[in-house]
Write a protein that binds this ligand. Structure first.
Ligand SMILES: Cc1cc2nc3c(=O)[nH]c(=O)nc-3n(C[C@H](O)[C@H](O)[C@H](O)COP(=O)(O)OP(=O)(O)OC[C@H]3O[C@@H](n4cnc5c(N)ncnc54)[C@H](O)[C@@H]3O)c2cc1C
Length: 416
């Protein structure tokens, strides 16, 4: 088949590669000069797959909707007179009841594990440099949460999750992560020793050259303005350089899938959640982090990259512009400096502003849209890097008429 893929972020690139390797002819189109110039550029780089996503924790959902007006809050939301925003929030609340949140967490985990295995295979067979770091830490301040976690581990020694988890009290944490300034208010840390982080933009560059070598036609600086529809079927896309026809079109264009989907009267609940990162060089002779670190209460992450650390955070539903939210950024940088005093040159940070596209249940939209010839691979929320390889293979299997290697219930677009 001839397939047109719209969007060359990490999701579009992995999709194009999986499709060309499955024997299809692929055109990959992006409006930017370089691939991975939007959400896939400066993200925190967490790949999972074992750490449960705190987004799905039922007790996180209420604070983040409950105190979003606090200055510098990591999560913010200001009501707008916009039906789609209210509908999304309502659907979000509905899908975060305790049982449903667990179900969504388990679906996310299935796809993340699959993706992790495929990414490892891809990376090791090509010996690629991705600034990969093994091991993540969740810092836990609440004594109650720490107590609960200890009880769970003691009561579930055979649970596969427990086998990847180590609980570090403060003396153990000091040994495991000497660069970190341990504040007295900390209760302990959960270490996910087999979880990884890497540089998403670097992965995208490797994928781009592999796509080119495999024969994908990559067209950058070309905006897809419309879908071509004939006899109720999507048969290609229109750009300023002419129509590109194919047997199938895959949308990997983040939030910009929506105007294209409107053409086929599809209304999918996608919401932009804005965030940012700051990448700082380590100070000379400073000890870098051994692990990537997540501070649960503020959702601050610190990811080690070679000679640098990337500080990331922010979940903002309210932003209308692409500007960095100055108070939240300042707050985040001050916190990072508290955790890693003197380790990095905070005044020389390179800032990045990004938008993740999220569905109310936090799971991607994968597979066929209702209109024949149209396929979706988007809505990965804050796990697009971790999920990219798995989503791409699931989609390539579906387009090739094969059964995907994992169950896809709850991941396909027909749930909305
Ligand atoms: C602050 C922050 C931290 C994050 N941390 C992590 C993390 O630790 N781990 C993780 O897994 N994920 C993380 N994410 C999420 C992750 O970055 C995204 O899920 C992922 O990058 C999405 O990839 P994508 O290819 O779908 O989108 P994008 O990278 O945005 O790619 C979409 C592409 O489509 C192109 N496009 C759009 N419309 C058109 C059009 N009409 N014509 C042509 N081209 C078009 C755009 O130019 C763009 O290149 C984070 C996100 C943010 C904001």
């Amino acid at each position: 088949m001839k397939v047109v893929v719209v969007g060359a972020g990490i999701v579009g690139l992995t999709t194009a590669l999986a499709l060309v390797r499955a024997g299809h002819q692929v055109i990959l189109i992006d409006r930017r000069r370089e691939v991975a110039s939007e959400a896939s550029h400066g993200n925190a780089g967490w790949l999972g797959p074992h750490m449960p996503d705190p987004w799905f924790e039922a007790d996180l959902s209420s604070p983040w909707l409950g105190k979003p007006w606090r200055r510098g809050a990591p999560v913010s939301w200001r009501p707008r007179l916009q039906w789609s925003q209210w509908r999304w929030l309502w659907q979000y609340r509905r899908s975060h009841g305790v049982d449903l949140a667990q179900l969504h967490q388990s679906r996310l985990s299935r796809l993340l594990h699959y993706s992790h295995a495929l990414r490892e295979q891809w990376q090791s067979s090509h010996q690629l440099e991705l600034e990969l770091n093994q091991g993540t830490l969740q810092l836990i301040r609440s004594p109650r949460q720490w107590e609960r976690l200890n009880q769970w581990v003691a009561g579930n020694p055979q649970d596969p999750k427990a086998q990847h988890l180590e609980l570090l009290d403060l003396p153990a944490l000091r040994i495991a992560e000497p660069a970190l300034s341990i504040v007295p208010a900390l209760a302990g840390a959960a270490r996910w020793k087999d979880d990884a982080t890497a540089n998403c933009a670097l992965a995208a560059r490797h994928l781009k050259s592999q796509c080119e070598q495999a024969g994908v036609s990559i067209r950058t600086r070309e905006v897809v303005r419309a879908l071509l529809i004939e006899g109720g079927r999507v048969v290609g896309v229109a750009t300023e350089n002419g129509p590109w026809r194919g047997d199938g079109v895959v949308l990997c264009a983040g939030m910009d899938c929506l105007p294209l989907l409107r053409q086929v009267k599809a209304k999918l609940p996608l919401q932009t959640i804005h965030g940012f990162s700051a990448t700082v060089n380590l100070a000379p002779d400073a000890r870098g982090l051994q692990h990537a670190v997540l501070e649960l209460e503020t959702m601050l992450t610190m990811t080690p990259l070679s000679g640098r650390v990337r500080i990331s955070g922010g979940f903002h539903l309210d932003r209308r512009t692409g500007a960095l939210p100055a108070p939240a950024v300042r707050h985040l940088m001050n916190q990072a400096a508290d955790w890693l005093p003197g380790a990095a040159r905070y005044s020389d940070a390179t800032y990045w502003y990004g938008q993740r596209v999220m569905t109310p249940d936090g799971l991607p939209l994968l597979g066929p849209a209702r209109t024949p010839g149209l396929w979706l691979n988007t809505g990965h929320g804050h796990w697009g890097f971790g999920l990219a390889w798995g989503s791409a293979h699931v989609l390539a299997d579906m387009i090739s008429g094969q059964t995907p290697a994992i169950a896809v219930d709850g991941l396909t677009a027909d749930r909305y």
